[in-house]
Design a protein around this ligand. Structure first.
Ligand SMILES: N[C@@H](CCC(=O)N[C@@H](CS)C(=O)NCC(=O)O)C(=O)O
Length: 209
């Protein structure tokens, strides 16, 4: 059985959402950041970085949301959620996934890290303006390429759509302006029932505050 290690509203939502789209049985293991469980010896044995998401399956243990998503889509996607290997669409998919993870997400995450995620002693106020500027620059390229209707590539959902919609939702949560085309895309992707189910599963695992 697949086990996803995660924490609500973190990058684990990319994977829980994908698992719900795939329709495979899976189990959610909450790594409760509020209790410091990501620094427990049990969790560090699964992933030495102590970060989420991580995933275990019958024959492997894996971290990094991009690697986990590609693994799941290749192993369980039955030809859906990724373009056919070697096609122009496959190359486009590579472009999007690399761009989202290295150009779009990074400045946004710098913002998050220096606002709340890093230990206070390591937060640098002066980073915030630069991160916002870098994010706006990276977003401009997304807005120039994002389709007015449908999905990033072809006429069906791919892994890159889940990553882009999730990253754009972080931008909104971090109060970064996104243009109307990106916002319309984010909303139509986020309306998918699989995403709602994934969010509900992750949130229900948290003990009441
Ligand atoms: N590149 C990694 C980043 C993982 C990551 O930074 N996860 C955050 C939550 S979204 C985390 O676990 N932070 C806890 C920590 O850094 O100790 C991925 O895409 O999976």
């Amino acid at each position: 059985m697949i086990t996803l290690y995660g924490f609500p509203k973190s990058r684990s939502l990319r994977i829980s959402w994908l698992l719900e789209e795939l329709g495979v049985p899976w189990h959610y293991h909450l790594v409760n950041f509020n209790l410091g469980e990501h620094r427990s010896p049990e969790y560090l044995a699964i992933t030495p970085s102590g970060k989420v998401p991580a995933l275990t399956d019958v024959d492997l243990t894996l971290s990094e949301s991009g690697a986990i998503a590609l693994y799941l889509a290749k192993r369980y996607g039955k030809g859906h959620l990724l373009p056919e290997p070697g096609t122009a669409e496959d190359t486009q998919h590579d472009f999007w996934l690399c761009y989202i993870l290295t150009e779009l997400e990074q400045p946004l995450w710098s913002l998050g890290k220096h606002r709340f995620a890093l230990p206070k002693a390591h937060r640098v106020e002066a980073m915030l303006a630069t991160a916002q500027w870098e994010f706006a620059k990276a977003l401009a390229e997304v807005e120039a390429r994002i389709p007015e209707q449908g999905f990033l590539i072809g006429d069906s959902l791919t892994v890159a759509d889940i990553f882009l919609a999730h990253t754009l939702s972080w931008a909104v949560a971090f109060k970064q302006p996104i243009g109307p085309r990106a916002e319309a895309y984010r909303r139509r992707l986020s309306d998918r029932p699989a995403r709602d189910r994934a969010l509900a599963i992750e949130t229900a695992a948290l003990p009441p505050a």
